[in-house]
Design a binder for this molecule. Structure first.
Ligand SMILES: *[C@@H]1O[C@H](CO)[C@@H](O)[C@H](O)[C@H]1NC(C)=O
Ligand SMILES: *[C@@H]1O[C@H](CO)[C@@H](O)[C@H](O)[C@H]1NC(C)=O
Ligand SMILES: *[C@@H]1O[C@H](CO)[C@@H](O)[C@H](O)[C@H]1NC(C)=O
Ligand SMILES: *[C@@H]1O[C@H](CO)[C@@H](O)[C@H](O)[C@H]1NC(C)=O
Ligand SMILES: *[C@@H]1O[C@H](CO)[C@@H](O)[C@H](O)[C@H]1NC(C)=O
Ligand SMILES: *[C@@H]1O[C@H](CO)[C@@H](O)[C@H](O)[C@H]1NC(C)=O
Ligand SMILES: *[C@@H]1O[C@H](CO)[C@@H](O)[C@H](O)[C@H]1NC(C)=O
Ligand SMILES: *[C@@H]1O[C@H](CO)[C@@H](O)[C@H](O)[C@H]1NC(C)=O
Ligand SMILES: *[C@@H]1O[C@H](CO)[C@@H](O)[C@H](O)[C@H]1NC(C)=O
Ligand SMILES: *[C@@H]1O[C@H](CO)[C@@H](O)[C@H](O)[C@H]1NC(C)=O
Ligand SMILES: *[C@@H]1O[C@H](CO)[C@@H](O)[C@H](O)[C@H]1NC(C)=O
Ligand SMILES: *[C@@H]1O[C@H](CO)[C@@H](O)[C@H](O)[C@H]1NC(C)=O
Length: 715
């Protein structure tokens, strides 16, 4: 066969035409989407992970190099396409979880929600942890926030810790967490049963199948660590409930290679300083053990806003039960919600006020002041952190927040105790003091009263101390062991402890209290609607079985004001008046009121007159404040503590025989500034002081140089 002879131009045209057709054919073959998808769909349905294995075989955790990362990135894209295609075709195929991206889902009884954490997620790039805190939070105290290595408690149900696989080469740790954000309403009062999380290496995770783990959530939270090399599957399954229950659960599930997205810490985070009938004051644990001269200390103190927050909820309402370990659950159910609002329900700040006996720990900590609480109530208090404290939500490492163990606290009843803190003269005071309705909404006026009085007394003490040769050679000093600085410190500590009584309800059942101001004849009682013992401005309604309590233990060897009467709360000065503490007349004197005088004719502007709290209970200060004063100051100042049996017991209470201010149930026996009222076992021990003091050598005596009585004088 002969071809027509072509000119050179024609033959060039034919050649390029043929080439173009071939390119078009190749392009058509390569770009045909049907062929490509058919293969991919098959592969997902048959669990065919050939290409994954190829990629994985070259992977180890320590050698995830640049090329493999690129490879993984490519795989991730194709994987997402696969999943999208799969979801379109099969409603029940598992949802892919991405690193640090929570999935918020709803589930009804008898449904199962499936999730997959696939290799592209497991070997993806780590999330950005950020600069973090000045130092790991709570370093230096027992509580340790999860620092990204998964060593925070893995608590699913109480005391459960779990890890399926031991470390193997090339494996990755995946932190898995689930939190319940809302649960069905329960009409029985007890919370509805909890969801369960199943983990499996097969795609059918769920009840009855071949799971590697199942965890039932506890108080709305479960977390666990998966350690492996291959895809794994999770299922969230609601409990068996009557089919009549149509309600649903709303929850978040998340997987992360950086650390738990939702964290729970089963350690005591929140320490109660005190509460009154409308507010409560807390501190967190030490943020750091760093010393005040370090930059870390300053950075913590200057942190604004402070990193933590709290939720609170009246225990008489059960809607929070079942959600107490879930940040989103608390957001949906707690009555008192986080805010840093200066005028609102919650005021937070950083503080270095000492916590613990003898002002032992001036470390930075966070303070929480909760306002607008109800009186005579019990509350749950739950410390928490929103996200990582500066950021929250998807793609933030720890973005789902952290929750600490719930504590409970009581508010007071009678309305004549009021929280006082951040005083100028007594900076460590942070407890409730006697008050009356006129001060309840004017805390600065109350603080000013105590501050002025303390200042006046301290000033006179300084004059007295100036008579002592302090600035002299060591051998010429009054003591080899103590100097004037020690004396001044001991005086201030003693002054603040005895002058600013720790107030308890008159109606309290707390042990270790001492009646004060139980005076049926007092002219100075402000009507107080909350205090059942002052209904009409007179506390004449104090029942006579209290006033003349036959079980009252008299102090026969003490000098008595009314020696001819049987001692009773009504006539013993230790019970029918306050410590005569506000010697500097405060701002509360109106011109028409006659100022009462003490025995020497000096004006007496004590608590009973200036504040008029009505009857209350006092938790007596620890005797150590008096002993330490006597020990530290020169004998020429003539400080002495009242003797046992002659008044000591009405003014102070000794530490326990183990040197602790707490009894074996953790109840405060004697008051000191910075006492924690809900001590954990750890803090109770930390507050202990080893050396019991020899008290026998202390002289009986009263005081000198304008200082008021150390103990009350008459019984
Ligand atoms: C929180 O995470 C963000 C990144 O998402 C980071 O920039 C920030 O520093 C983190 N904050 C803390 C306190 O770690
Ligand atoms: C705690 O802090 C100290 C110094 O402040 C540091 O040496 C130590 O490593 C920290 N511990 C942890 C677990 O971060
Ligand atoms: C995290 O904390 C644990 C226990 O406190 C410690 O052993 C580990 O070294 C810490 N990891 C990092 C990265 O700080
Ligand atoms: C959950 O796990 C426990 C053992 O860890 C097993 O005894 C139990 O049968 C499992 N429950 C279900 C529903 O798989
Ligand atoms: C704070 O830390 C110090 C030591 O770092 C410790 O002695 C003290 O007991 C801690 N205080 C609390 C309340 O944990
Ligand atoms: C503080 O909270 C109160 C009530 O919750 C609100 O009225 C006020 O606007 C808030 N103030 C600020 C500064 O957020
Ligand atoms: C508490 O912090 C303040 C600064 O915020 C500092 O001036 C003071 O010295 C600190 N107190 C102690 C006991 O370290
Ligand atoms: C819970 O206690 C508060 C007062 O503390 C009261 O006002 C409220 O009615 C109580 N609610 C229930 C359900 O008992
Ligand atoms: C301080 O001392 C002066 C002089 O002795 C006395 O008049 C005054 O009442 C004293 N002040 C107080 C608060 O005791
Ligand atoms: C001792 O001397 C120092 C300075 O030399 C002075 O600041 C201090 O007030 C003196 N103390 C007494 C009690 O005189
Ligand atoms: C007093 O003694 C304490 C130790 O007990 C010491 O730290 C302080 O420097 C002394 N003060 C003076 C002024 O010597
Ligand atoms: C203190 O420890 C005892 C036993 O060691 C335990 O039963 C108790 O619950 C602990 N108390 C607190 C508040 O942790």
């Amino acid at each position: 066969m002969r071809f027509p002879k072509l000119t050179p131009l024609q033959s060039r045209f034919v050649a390029s035409l043929v080439a173009s057709i071939i390119i078009l054919v190749i392009y058509y073959i390569l770009s045909n989407p049907h062929t490509a998808y058919a293969a991919e769909l098959d592969s997902i349905q048959n669990q065919d992970h050939n290409h994954h294995r190829l990629a994985k075989d070259s992977l180890t955790v320590s050698s995830v190099n640049r090329e493999t990362e690129e490879e993984i990135a490519k795989l991730q894209v194709s994987d997402e396409e696969k999943i999208r295609a799969g979801v379109d075709k099969r409603q029940d195929s598992p949802t892919t979880l991405e690193n640090n991206v929570p999935k918020n889902d709803v589930i009804k009884p008898s449904e199962t929600n499936q999730y997959i954490v696939s290799i592209p997620t497991m070997f993806s790039e780590k999330g950005v942890q950020g600069s973090g805190f000045p130092s790991p939070m709570f370093n230096g105290s027992s509580d340790q926030v999860d620092n990204g290595s998964g060593l925070a408690q893995v608590a699913s149900s109480e005391n459960t810790e779990w890890q399926t696989v031991t470390n193997q080469e090339g494996s990755r740790k995946v932190y898995v967490s689930v939190t319940t954000c809302s649960q069905p309403l329960s009409n029985s009062g007890s919370p509805p049963p909890q969801l369960t999380l199943y983990l499996s290496t097969k795609s059918n995770a769920g009840p009855g199948n071949d799971n590697i783990q199942n965890i039932t959530l506890y108080e709305g939270h479960a977390s666990t660590i998966y350690l492996g090399t291959d895809d794994f599957y999770m299922a969230v399954v609601p409990p068996d409930v009557p089919s009549s229950l149509t309600s649903e659960w709303n929850y978040e599930v998340a997987a992360s290679i950086d650390g738990f997205y939702h964290s729970y810490s089963d350690s005591q985070g929140l320490l109660l300083l005190d509460a009154d009938s409308q507010s409560a004051l807390f501190v967190s644990n030490n943020m750091t053990g760093a010393t005040p001269d370090s930059a870390i200390y300053t950075e913590w103190m200057d942190m604004w806003p402070p990193p933590l927050t709290i939720f609170a909820h009246n225990t008489n309402d059960s809607s929070i039960n079942g959600l107490q370990r879930s940040y989103c659950g608390l957001q949906n159910s707690a009555q008192i919600q986080p805010s840093a609002n200066e005028s609102g329900q919650m005021v937070v700040s950083m503080t270095n006020r000492s916590v613990g006996l003898w002002g032992s720990s001036p470390e930075p900590k966070q303070q929480f002041y909760l306002n607008t609480l109800n009186g005579s109530s019990t509350y749950h208090g739950i410390m928490a952190m929103n996200g990582n404290s500066t950021h929250s939500g998807p793609r933030v490492v720890h973005g789902g927040g952290q929750v600490w163990r719930t504590m409970t606290f009581n508010t007071k009843t009678d309305g004549n105790c009021q929280l006082l803190f951040d005083l100028t003269q007594c900076p460590n005071v942070a407890h409730a003091v006697p008050t009356s309705p006129q001060f309840l909404n004017d805390t600065p006026a109350l603080a000013n009263l105590y501050d002025l009085a303390a200042e006046a007394l301290f000033q006179n003490f300084t004059y007295s101390l100036a008579q002592v040769p302090c600035n002299t050679t060591q051998t010429a000093q009054y003591s080899l062991a103590r100097n004037c600085t020690d004396c001044a410190n001991a005086y201030r500590n003693w002054l603040c402890a005895v002058m600013i009584p720790r107030c308890e309800d008159f109606s309290t059942s707390t042990p270790y209290t001492q009646f004060r101001n139980v005076n049926p004849l007092s002219q100075f009682v402000t009507p107080n609607p909350l205090n059942s013992f002052s209904p009409s401005g007179q506390n004449a309604s104090i029942p006579s079985n209290i006033l003349y309590d036959p079980t009252y233990v008299p102090m026969p060897s003490a000098p008595a004001a009314f020696p001819f009467l049987n001692q009773s709360p009504a006539n013993a000065l230790s019970a029918n008046q306050s410590r005569n503490a506000l010697a500097g007349c405060g701002t509360n004197l109106s011109a028409s009121t006659e100022v009462p005088s003490d025995a020497n004719g000096n004006p007496n502007c004590g608590i009973d007159f200036s504040i008029q709290p009505g009857p209350y209970n006092e938790i007596l200060p620890c005797g150590e404040f008096c002993y330490e004063l006597v020990r530290s100051c020169p004998a020429s100042l003539q400080f002495a503590c009242p003797a046992k049996g002659r008044g000591f017991e009405r003014s102070y209470r000794d530490l326990g025989s183990d040197g602790s201010p707490l009894d074996s149930n953790g109840v405060l026996m004697c008051s000191y500034d910075g006492a924690i009222l809900n001590p954990s076992n750890g803090t109770a021990n930390a507050a202990r002081r080893g050396v019991p003091v020899d008290r026998t050598g202390l002289a009986v005596g009263m005081l000198v140089s304008g200082v008021f009585v150390v103990g009350l004088g008459a019984w």
